[in-house]
Design a protein around this ligand. Structure first.
Ligand code: ADP
Ligand code: NI
Length: 226
């Protein structure tokens, strides 16, 4: 396989993913994939990961996510394999990319999600960086709205999920997702560079939640004069 072959495969994959995900409204759109690809490639350079496998995995990581396929975890790797076979990628690349996609997703507070390759580690970090900070907040409310979830319900407490099944079955309000996933990601980054960026994004989410609850209670209003 020559560099030109690889470039053709990457370009065709980008165009395919863009066409499929453009305009999606829950934060799993083409621009999410685009950001994950750029960040993953930067981390790959720092970590000495193979840029070809990294880029293909980043491009295809949400192509058939379990969240949009009745919880079926095999849909993503299967769709990626079908696409890559069709476009003429070699067998070893296909299997490396499919392993990354199969291992990538968050599965609940109590479930470890180790990545078996450095390429997987950087794609997972890039995907998780896009789940936190200002963009993470925006994506989370977009997803909650798409699912018809309440933004916040003070009568429903966050849960701690000990299995992927329980995590997938959860229908709690969107603010709970911060405790159930987003605030846990900083300490689960694989690479030093992602950990550094995650610190700042994490602090911003904490400040957002503090303000959200202050406004929810109207606690930011001046006291009524007697
Ligand atoms: P993963 O496969 O690790 O879940 P994705 O790239 O598919 O990662 O994106 C997950 C994002 O979707 C979350 O970070 C969040 O923004 C949104 N999301 C997923 N589940 C929920 C939920 N129950 N409530 C609100 N947002 C959610
Ligand atoms: Ni993603």
């Amino acid at each position: 396989m020559t560099d030109t072959d690889r470039e053709r495969i990457v370009a065709a994959t980008g165009a395919h993913v863009r066409a499929r995900m453009e305009g999606e409204g829950s934060g799993h759109d083409w621009w999410h994939v685009h950001r994950v690809r750029s960040v993953a490639l930067r981390l790959a350079e720092e970590e000495g990961a193979d840029p070809y496998v990294t880029e293909l995995a980043a491009l295809l990581h949400d192509i058939a996510d379990h969240k949009f396929h009745d919880g079926d975890e095999t849909a993503g790797p299967r769709a990626a394999r079908g696409w890559l076979e069709g476009v003429g990628a070699d067998g070893e690349t296909i299997s490396r990319v499919c392993t990354i996609i199969a291992e990538l997703s968050f599965r609940g507070a109590g479930v470890a999600t180790p990545m078996s390759t450095v390429e997987g580690a950087v794609v997972q970090d890039a995907d998780r960086l896009d789940a936190i900070g200002a963009i993470g907040i925006a994506r989370t409310f977009a997803y909650g709205g798409m699912r018809g979830r309440a933004m916040h319900d003070p009568e429903v407490d966050p849960e701690s999920h000990d299995s992927f099944e329980a995590y997938k079955a959860s229908t709690g309000p969107t603010v709970n997702h911060f405790h159930e996933k987003l605030l846990l990601l900083r300490d689960r980054m694989n690479t030093a560079a992602a950990r550094r960026a995650a610190g700042e994004r994490h602090r911003f989410m904490e400040e957002f939640l503090e303000r959200f609850f202050r406004e929810w209670e109207g606690a930011d209003l001046a006291p009524v004069e007697a």
